[in-house]
Design a protein around this ligand. Sequence first.
Ligand SMILES: Nc1ncnc2c1ncn2[C@@H]1O[C@H](COP(=O)(O)OP(=O)(O)O)[C@@H](O)[C@H]1O
Ligand SMILES: [Mg+2]
Length: 257
Amino acid sequence: MKEDNILTVDGLCVSYGKFNAVQNVSFSVRRGEIFGLLGPNGAGKTSTLSAVEGLLKPQGGTIIVDGNDAVAKPLHARASLGVQLQSTSFQTELYVIEVLRLYAGIYGVPMSKNDLLGILREINLEDQATKKFGQLSGGQQQRVSLVIATIHNPKLVLLDEPTTGLDPQSRRQLWERIDAIRDKGHAVLITTHSMEEAESVCDRIAIIDHGRVIAIDTPQAMVDKHRNDPEVIAVSRRGRVTLEDVFIALTGKAVRG
Ligand SMILES: Nc1ncnc2c1ncn2[C@@H]1O[C@H](COP(=O)(O)OP(=O)(O)O)[C@@H](O)[C@H]1O
Ligand SMILES: [Mg+2]
């Protein structure tokens, strides 16, 4: 029987030297679900995603992607994954269509020039096919990198702060693309520190801080559960409790570096 979870992370620990960036983190992502990892800067979001992707070896815990152990069988696990990491930057001197062709090749998805142009048409970039990737705007680059992350139709897409720096239109468009991934029955694991984003796109969220998960629930249930906490009321504004109030109350007011 196919497992309900496309991803199960259990007791994950990631260290950099003596520093424990991720400490005993557990959560799971169901098939067809958009799951958000929320946390302040330095919380351990990117480290968690990097371990799921197999880019770094965890010091402890297990990661199962689509039934495959990501540590023992990273290639099997990676076949089910599409990844858009925070620091992804493509060869800026390549033409947009070449970037697409390159990654279609890397992912083993044969595509004709017409296929590639069709993809660019879908993301409203057909006219930019012969521009260099580096000449695209931030939002346009982001669209290309998402399309590349999903070019092989992966069952789980990892997105690390994909909307940081995007204008509202591009952000909305990305949210629609994320919904479209779910409509295909696939799942998305997204990191963000935008509460609006979490409430708008995520079915469930985990709040993570100092490398630990401190709450997992639907955005609405999380607000309802903490609505009457004195710490939440103390930080709420204009008499209305939002997910951001809960987030601030749970993670503290101190600004992170
Ligand atoms: N390569 C690295 N070497 C040492 N420390 C790192 C490295 N990458 C991340 N860290 C530290 O690990 C913690 C978690 O980082 P990260 O996972 O990038 O957090 P987030 O993505 O939530 O902002 C931070 O304190 C960060 O400074
Ligand atoms: Mg990060």
